[in-house]
Ligand binder design. Sequence first.
Ligand SMILES: Cc1cc2nc3c(=O)[nH]c(=O)nc-3n(C[C@H](O)[C@H](O)[C@H](O)COP(=O)(O)OP(=O)(O)OC[C@H]3O[C@@H](n4cnc5c(N)ncnc54)[C@H](O)[C@@H]3O)c2cc1C
Length: 405
Amino acid sequence: MDLSIYFSEQHHQVRDMVREFGRTHVAPVARELDRTSEFPWENIRRMGELGLLGVPWPEELGGAGMDQMSYYVTIHELAKVDASHALTISAHTNLGTSPIMDFGTEAQRRRYVPLLASGKVLGGFGLTEPGAGSDAGGTATTAVDKGDHYVLNGSKVFITHAGVGEIFVATARTEPGKGNRGITSFILTKETCDLERCRAVGVGHEDGLPRVKGFRAGKKEDKMGWRASDTRELVFEDAVVPKENLLGTPGHGFINFLKTLDAGRIGIAALSLGIAEGAYEEALRYAGVRKQFGKAIGSFQGIHFQLADMALEIEAGTHLLYHAAWLKQNGKPFKKEAAMAKLFCSELAMRVTTKAVQVFGGYGYTTEYPVERMMRDAKVCEIGEGTSEIQRIVIARQILGDVVG
Ligand SMILES: Cc1cc2nc3c(=O)[nH]c(=O)nc-3n(C[C@H](O)[C@H](O)[C@H](O)COP(=O)(O)OP(=O)(O)OC[C@H]3O[C@@H](n4cnc5c(N)ncnc54)[C@H](O)[C@@H]3O)c2cc1C
């Protein structure tokens, strides 16, 4: 598909660079990392060197100094090969770093962003709790003001990079009884759980970062997909957080994190679309080589219809994605369009990957081909950063406005 209406020359270059990185360093290891659920530290180092862990952040803060569109292009392209690698970029950049860029003080930006943007350490975002998922305003983690510090108690679940990361942003309730307005966000630091590997690879750990006492990662989740991405609990047990680690205005944590999620949804749309395209390209290739009844299966009308539907949905999703990205890039409202892109692209990723497995027949159901992994990776796109049901609620609120109470 010709993306020239959305892409500048720089976006094409970014796409080519990421495509080459994906082909050379990700494709050969994706299947094994999925099988072992291992975190790809060598590729994290390479991604840092290429600037892929700080695409939209300024060069003086260690970033690549590119634009928001380049960031979405990066996720989209990498997800064609492996969703876990693409998620690392998305969770680290938008969820882990953008709240510090958007709501942090100058001192916080200078302290933390260079470490994150350069890929020296990984970041994450703690909003979801055992009893507060879609209803993230139900935050039960508490933060009690003790003068020069806060004491946090509670836990966050399903946190991407909880084990491997060192810098986190997270919410806690500072004022009981004040609903969403009683939630505040904080910056929290801890040591990576993979210290030995990190020391060997040379990224993932910074000796100079203080550790927040009483803050740690919990058990690693054993997941259906995104298996080379680290997902764990974050636990706060009388965690002592200095006042200087307060992120944004007290009481604005929930509202600010919802803004972070709006932008994140464009990233998950890009990731979903990438998975779908990866599976479609595999199916297209296979349809040309697999022979039954003496002919390539791609010559049967039943297969034409599958491929035509896949191509149609991918083109529609591409326009939704890059329209939302263009709105964000140009400082225009994008809440509804981001939710639409996320909803449509995540659900199309599920449909397209399921069709791809069908085109491969029995071989598609084995790990010999990547389409079964892509199908498993697609499912969580309908859940993370707001489920499909929540996207429909967001869209409905935007289109109905004050029409209904
Ligand atoms: C691999 C993975 C990585 C993740 N990474 C992070 C992360 O880095 N940081 C983070 O904070 N969170 C993260 N999450 C959490 C994710 O955002 C939540 O799982 C998601 O928001 C849904 O919350 P829940 O799982 O508690 O489901 P629930 O909210 O319990 O939902 C269960 C079902 O009920 C439906 N439902 C709920 N409310 C409504 C409603 N009002 N109307 C209609 N249907 C409704 C949901 O759509 C869903 O189908 C991650 C999750 C996964 C699986």
